[in-house]
Write a protein that binds this ligand. Structure first.
Ligand code: NDP
Length: 477
């Protein structure tokens, strides 16, 4: 008996993916660097399906039907290279190595190119949904060749999450496309979480509501257009009481947000592409600010002043306004993330269908939400949509949010409550809609000091002004 698929790397993610394949009736070869995990998996979960445990890489490879499909689920980075180096020589032309870990897309591009020379398919695959998703149905974002998807796609679709029977798995595009899109998914997740956190903070500090009351507000929002996994779990976290102290759970947690790095990668990639993902960037920087204990301590002891007693109260229905601000800012963050995917797709020749991304993120992953249906519809209507903000549904939503969104940002500024996500989303939005930007002045400055030239509004070409020498500020030698 041969296995249809093999999984090497049997920590939480690999083990659960292997079980998911087995539960779907596939025979699964299982392997791990240290045999203990393999044995444990078969002992504990062997009854769930058919596993072929292998102690060595050679046994593992021999137990797979051809073309071989080897899923690698190990620690991202050098461990992945080590596993590739171990397995590639044992494989034959047409076999597939599927990296389902959180690799950087540039590594995936490098590995794919190298393995292609050996006639092997390397399939960098984004997998979202954590431990539970891996077991019950993740959102799966495979890159690699079209040919590899033909042999692999049906198995991945089988174990993926489903929406109305449709799998949350699609061939994203060649080489690193899958890992790129997974990275942006995580970046969007950062922005979403930051915006939700700001909404909570405003309701608490401006509105004076307790965490339990805010949990109820979130539960209500979860029934509406904001309905999503993140809003749902936020309500759960806010409801939680600390058993030891009886205090709200959020009040006993140290307010320093950690990160594993995919948000940072998203922003780094966006800087290279020149795409303004300010929402994701603000959320990465907000985590960094929260974690900068030394600077925060210094600021606290210096007593950086805040607004005076005359700072304005919030004019309007705070809860309703914050809902509008949250929704509008969320639209901006997603618009920026999708724009980044489209820019990368153009840069690397990936031909990614952004609507298909929205479709496979509707279940299984952390950002799953009703909202993604509207994104899918927007791209179905207009595949080359330059930004989600001009789609009818989103345009209506941000139009309806105008006054509330601005009131919330004003209140935050007046009362000295940090709301970088809300305010930068609004600044980005106002930047897009501005008829004239002060970028014209920046062009003038660049031409003045560096003769970088500028374009004119009234005729084509590159122009340089001979700035009068006597007008130049004197520079001390
Ligand atoms: P870990 O990232 O903790 O990695 C542990 C596994 O990697 C073990 O099987 C370990 O083998 C193996 N390993 C480490 N170094 C080597 C090496 N040099 N050679 C061979 N094997 C090695 O496991 P997770 O299950 O948490 O995650 C697996 C991958 O999935 C990671 O890339 C992660 O980023 C990604 N991922 C994780 C998610 C999550 O929610 N945890 C969600 C989505 C993706 P041994 O037992 O012998 O030490």
């Amino acid at each position: 008996q041969k296995a249809q698929i093999g999984v090497t790397g049997l920590a939480v993610m690999g083990r659960n993916l292997a079980r998911n394949f087995a539960r779907h009736g596939h025979t699964v070869a299982v392997h791990n660097r240290s045999y203990g995990r393999t044995k444990e998996l078969v002992e504990e979960f062997g009854h769930e399906g058919t596993f072929l445990p292998a102690e060595t890489a050679e046994q593992f490879v021999a137990s797979l039907e051809r073309p071989r499909r080897v899923v690698i689920m190990v620690k991202a980075g050098p461990a992945t290279d080590a596993v590739i180096d171990e397995f590639a020589p044992l494989l034959e032309e047409g076999d597939m190595l599927i990296d389902a870990g959180n690799a950087h897309f540039a590594d995936t591009r490098r590995r794919e190119a190298a393995l292609k020379e050996q006639g092997l398919h390397f399939v960098g695959t984004g997998v979202s949904g954590g431990e539970e998703g891996a077991l019950h149905g993740p959102s799966i974002m495979p890159g690699g060749s079209k040919e590899s998807y033909q042999a692999l796609g049906p198995l991945l679709e089988d174990i993926s999450a489903k929406v109305d029977g449709e799998p949350c798995c699609v061939h994203v595009g060649p080489d690193g496309a899958g890992h790129f899109v997974k990275m942006v998914h995580n970046g969007i997740e950062y922005a979403d979480m930051q915006l939700i956190a700001e909404a909570y903070d405003l309701l608490r500090q401006v509105g004076g509501h307790t965490p339990a009351e805010i949990a109820e507000v979130f539960q209500g929002w979860n029934e509406g257009r904001l309905g999503s996994y993140l809003i749902e779990i936020t309500a759960e976290v806010l409801k939680q009481t600390d058993a030891a102290t009886g205090k709200p759970f959020v009040d006993v947690v140290v307010d320093r947000a950690e990160q594993k790095g995919t948000g940072r990668w998203t922003v780094q990639a966006a800087l290279d592409l020149g795409v303004p993902v300010s929402g994701i960037a603000e959320s990465v920087f907000a985590r960094a600010l929260s974690g900068g204990a030394d600077v925060r301590d210094a600021a606290a002891s210096a007593g950086l002043p805040g607004p005076g007693a005359s700072a304005g109260l919030h004019a309007g229905d705070l809860v309703a306004d914050v809902e509008q601000a949250l929704f509008a800012s969320k639209i901006v963050a997603y618009a920026q993330g999708f724009q980044q995917v489209q820019a990368a797709s153009a840069e690397y020749g990936w031909d990614i269908d952004p609507g298909a991304m929205a479709k496979i993120w509707r279940a299984g992953c952390i950002i799953r939400a009703k909202f993604l249906d509207f994104i899918k519809q927007a791209y179905d209507k207009q595949p080359a949509l330059p930004t989600l903000l001009v789609d009818e549904y989103f345009l209506d939503a941000v139009s309806g949010a105008q006054d509330a969104w601005r009131r919330v940002v004003v209140t935050a500024a007046q009362q000295g409550i940090p709301a970088p996500g809300f305010s930068s989303a609004l600044a980005y939005y106002d930047g897009l809609r501005a008829k004239r930007l002060p970028a014209a002045l920046i062009q003038g400055q660049r031409d003045f000091f560096g003769a970088h030239t500028y374009q004119r509004v009234d005729k084509p070409g590159a122009f340089h002004t001979l700035w009068a020498a006597e007008n130049r500020p004197e520079v001390d030698a």
